[in-house]
Design a binder for this molecule. Sequence first.
Ligand code: 3PY
Length: 259
Amino acid sequence: LRRAIQASREGGGPAVGSWLTLPGFTLARTVAATGPDWVLVDCEHGNLDDAAMYHSVAAIAAAGASPIVRVPWAEPWLIKRALDSGAHGIMVPMVETKEQAEMVARASHYTSTEYPNGVRGCGGAFAPANLGLGAASYHRQANDMVFVIVQVESELGVANAAEIAAVPGIDGLFIGPADLASSMGYFPYDFATIPAVLEAAESVRVAAKAAGKTAGHFCMNAADVLVKAKAGWDFMNCGADIVALGSWMGGEMAKIKAP
Ligand code: 3PY
């Protein structure tokens, strides 16, 4: 993902991801082979347990995309499991304060000169194996490699976005627009048409950029991704597996049942 964002900034297309809410090695392999730069394994709202996360991460990496795991909550042990599975990065929902962001950064990094406060536990064997590295070699590279994304998706998170973005070891801020709209008192699925929500998201993008970090946004389709890319966002997903299944299958079924 880090490389895709760099390439995008150098004039390549958007650093675009897919989003998996369902388990299965074959599904993950199939989705990752459609050409995304990164694929999110959604352990927050998806139907993926710990074993399924490991399988999906391995399948995505094998297909040449960056596996990113969204953990259910900002908890160090969940971040450890996600990174130990071989994920190239993590996404942590509902980060609202600098202190939470600092905890996420500590949990995502091994202790080192650059990250003296890192508390990521050593010894996981799957991450090195997935990347074709020896354990020591993985350990040396991991802090520079893992991409740490926190979601800003509440009014408090927006208010603290500049402080969150400034935390060392946080690489990206990602807008969850439905949760953000909801926290601002709106119906979550109206987010795309509410000026106050769009302004709040834009202020987070500006805060991330000002701190030299990246800014990402949840998107439902290609048109949405292209608009966001033009507006200066660094990385977006394009829909999700369950959305694609529901819309295509539902659409075809409707042609038969209600032509
Ligand atoms: C949101 O829209 O709130 C998200 O986090 C995307 O799943």
